[in-house]
Every structure is written in C-alpha cells, then in structure tokens.
Design a protein around this ligand. Sequence first.
Ligand code: T3D
Length: 262
Amino acid sequence: MSDTVLYDLRDGVATLTLNRPEVLNALTEELLDDLAGILEAARGDNSVRALILTGAGRAFCAGQDLESIRGAYNGGRPDFQALLQDHHHRALRAIRALEKPVIAAVNGVAAGAGMSFACACDLRVASNKARFTTAFTKIGLVPDGAMTYSLPRLVGLSKATELCLLSEMVSAEEALSIGLVNRVVPADDLLSAAGDLAGELAKGPTRAYGLTKKLLEAAMSREFDDLLSVEAKYQVEAGATEDHGNAVAAFLNKQPPVFQGR
Ligand code: T3D
C-alpha cells in the first residue's frame, strides 16, 4: 500500500490521515482505494473501537483531484460512473458500514467530495480554521459523495439546497451554528480534542454504538411502526452483549461500567 493515507492505532482509536498535502489532500483513485481498504479492514478488527479521519497539512480535503483526470478532458470526459462507483462510493460505503463511531477532524478546507467525506462521518470536530464548500456547481457538476443524502440530514433541506446551489464558503463558526459540525476548537487543539472524543467512544459499548448508527440510519427512511420493529430487533442484539450485562451489574453494584466492546 502507498502512503496516500497514514494509519495510526492507539488505545482503540485508529487515526486515518489523508496525505497529499501539496494538493490539499485531493482525492485520487489510489487514495480512495487505500482509504477504502483501511476502513474495510477496520470493520473486522476488534482492536479498533473508534476512528478519526483527518488531513495532513493545511487542508482536510479539496475533493476529487482534478489534475489527475485532466487527460480525460482531451476530446472527451472522465468516466464519472466508474470513478464514483469503483472508488468514491467504495470508500463512502466503508465509512457508513463501519459499526463503530467515525469522527472527522476537519483541520482546514473541505471542498467537494472532501466535504462529502466529512459529512459521511458520524461526528465532525472542526478547527477554527476549517472551511466548507460543496464546490460542485462551481465546476458545473452535481453534488456527489452522497452529499445530497448527508447534508440535508445535518442542516435541513433549505440550508442544504442553498449550500449545494451556491457553493459558498462556510466558516467553522457558521458550520457550528447550522449543525454542520458538532464542535469547533482552536486549530492547535484539534487532534487532542478529536482524540479525547474518540478515546471516550473507544471505551464505550462498541456494539451498542454500531447498532445505534444503523438504527439512526433506518429511522431516516422508515415509517413509525416499521422503525419500532427495527428498534426492538437491535435492542435484542444490544441486550445480548456482554457489555450490557456487565453495565447493568455495575450499576446495581454502584460501580462505574467497564465496556469491552463485545
Ligand atoms: O470526476 C469527477 O470530477 C467526479 C467527482 C467529483 C467530486 C468532486 O470533488 S468535484 C469538486 C472538486 N474540487 C474542487 O473543485 C475544489 C478545487 N479547489 C479549490 O476550489 C481551492 O483549492 C480550495 C477552495 C479548496 C482551497 O483554496 P486555497 O486558495 O486555499 O488553495 P489553492 O491555492 O487553490 O490550492 C493549493 C494547491 O492545491 C494548488 O496547487 P499549486 O498551485 O500550489 O500547485 C491547487 O491547484 C491544488 N488543488 C486544490 N484543489 C485541488 C488541487 N489540485 C487538484 N485537485 C483539486 N481538487
């Protein structure tokens, strides 16, 4: 594997760093495949209980690397279908399929598919230097990277429509006020703040977190009664975990719970 994505695992927290800082971590097929491979491996790795996605240098990610597809415009167009399905979508699916919390630590600009990746994560902690732009319409494209799925769920349809149509730059402060990010911290504190949050989650009931992710996802597209059935099914699963049994015993013994992630 190349070094387009750096990987570090400590105390249950895997940090994935997009690593093409000279082009603001723009996404190539190679980077996307590396990212997908790492995320897919993390899914079955019990030593990983929470993940952080961040960027090297001054940016989080500037979206699709437009230079890498420059040649395709010589008399033609890139194969958008293949680029999305085989590369972007594989990495996005890997994030959504992870039954563990994924935090985007947004260190700088997040543009186009870079913003889509931040939105696909479960939580977003932003540096006060972070900036967000959907960017797609600036180059005559529709939003991709599941932006139209994630963004309205985070900020509502009206604001998502505005952001997608106008592609205006959104500051970290505004991102916080519209619910696009969960927290904003000083730039120098970003990795420690994201690390603390991920560390807390890595010590939590990993199975319940995974099922909670799936339940929230299901809730967005189900009727009420249908959702209650899904909820009951997942509660049966969560209720059967060691973590649940131990946490109830700890509570009854007036002890703090210790979660093992199983
Ligand atoms: O095939 C498909 O296209 C389908 C998939 C589409 C998904 C998408 O993501 S489409 C959207 C693609 N992204 C963009 O359109 C954003 C392009 N970048 C920008 O608008 C700006 O760079 C930023 C607003 C993100 C940041 O601006 P600024 O002023 O902080 O930095 P800069 O000077 O523009 O960029 C620094 C360098 O990174 C520069 O290279 P240089 O001049 O130092 O050699 C710039 O060319 C390079 N860079 C930035 N973004 C990209 C890029 N190189 C390749 N691809 C990029 N997306």
